[in-house]
Design a protein around this ligand. Structure first.
Ligand code: NDP
Length: 339
């Protein structure tokens, strides 16, 4: 039930940037006031993403204090007076900042997914677990490099949240070959279950050895594209492993941002480099509609499995971040929001 909206609510926020997780606070703040075009969402589940680490560390700028979170599912608790497309009691899943919170203000004019009125708890969790990472994987393999049948593709952090989705989509939907990189054999086993055919254990093989193995797998040619979220530590590996006319899709900074790259480095193999972010691919309602309906069709028909690693209570976000940044997880981490 929606119940009465309190004056204050629980959020996860930080007041200063730090490498340390100790700046993450579970605190009470005022429930946001909404404008005439806004709704107030009472969140039920929020997905955890690696981007939170970049905001906390200051790799990406933010106001202070800063409430974390990038996606959630929940129920509409209040609507502004101009809102006609949502009503109190409707369930939605949505991409937005400030979702590590009991309540989030959201514009009714933004993109969102309206869910069935009788949507189960399990489904609410599934939506919060799949929206951001699912759309990232699906848009990148079509827009950043349009993966072709039979391609050889390198995927780093292949057992991570995005990684397992990229691996499944590239192998099952695009019917291309995935070379998975991860730091443990257990993670590589997960990537194998997701459809990867070749495996690089980054704790056992040096970067040069990994490149040699990639060249061996691809008959000396290299991969058609590298989907690389590791950033600084793997940029050289990716550049060395990509074939002539191939594409370097660099989309994360898990080990820090890549230092400036001289563009003439690309000419030796006529490489393309692209640095996408999801939000640039799902801007218009048509784009959002196209990719969300495709994503949830793949989930609903069983093609794409969403692997929830663990569900933590909102108060335990610090623990979730420690697990994620400590490379202990595989698949998706979700927060359950108490009320
Ligand atoms: P993951 O579940 O993939 O977790 C990150 C993984 O990165 C770890 O499990 C680990 O896998 C690997 N890793 C390698 N080096 C380090 C390190 N020094 N510290 C921590 N992890 C490391 O996270 P997400 O699925 O949430 O995100 C994956 C990546 O994709 C992130 O870099 C994220 O920023 C990026 N991303 C970018 C988006 C965009 O729009 N550009 C959208 C969504 C995600 P292993 O131990 O196997 O190496």
């Amino acid at each position: 039930s929606i119940g009465e909206i309190p004056k204050t609510h629980k959020v996860i926020q930080f007041h200063e940037n730090s490498e340390s997780l100790d700046v993450l606070k579970y605190e009470d703040v005022a429930v946001p006031e909404i404008g005439d075009d806004d709704v107030l969402v009472k969140n039920k589940y929020a997905g955890v993403n690696f981007i939170e680490a970049y905001f906390r560390k200051g790799i990406y700028p933010s106001e202070k204090p800063y409430i974390l979170g990038r996606e959630a599912s929940g129920v509409i608790a209040k609507v502004g007076k101009n809102v006609t497309n949502l009503k109190v009691g409707d369930h939605i899943a949505y991409l937005s900042g400030k979702t590590f919170a009991q309540y989030t203000k959201y514009s009714s004019k933004s993109n969102f997914l309206k869910l069935d009125s009788n949507v189960s708890d399990e489904k609410l969790k599934l939506y919060a677990a799949s929206l951001l990472q699912g759309l990232t994987a699906l848009t990148f393999i079509n827009e950043s490099y349009n993966v072709q049948e039979g391609d050889y593709i390198l995927v780093t952090a292949a057992a991570g949240g995005v990684g397992l989705l990229l691996t499944q989509l590239i192998s099952k939907v695009k019917k291309a070959h995935v070379i998975a990189q991860a730091s443990t054999d257990e993670k590589l086993e997960s990537a194998k279950r997701a459809g990867a055919e070749y495996f690089l254990n980054s704790s056992k093989l040096s970067a040069d050895e990994q490149v040699a193995k990639i060249l061996e797998i691809t008959n000396g040619k290299g991969v058609h594209a590298s989907f690389d979220s590791i950033g600084k530590d793997t940029a050289e590996l990716s550049l060395a492993a990509i074939a002539r006319k191939g594409t370097f899709v660099t989309f994360g900074n898990a080990t820090g941002p890549i230092p400036p790259l001289a563009l003439n480095r690309l000419s030796a193999k006529n490489l393309k480099v692209t640095r996408p972010q999801l939000f640039g691919f799902v801007v218009t309602p048509d784009e959002y509609q196209h990719y969300t309906s495709w994503l949830f069709k793949l989930i609903d028909d069983g093609t794409l499995k969403i692997n929830v690693f663990k569900t933590y209570p909102l108060a335990d976000y610090k623990l979730a971040a420690a697990d994620l940044e400590g490379r202990k997880t595989s698949g998706k981490l979700v927060l359950e929001i108490p009320h």
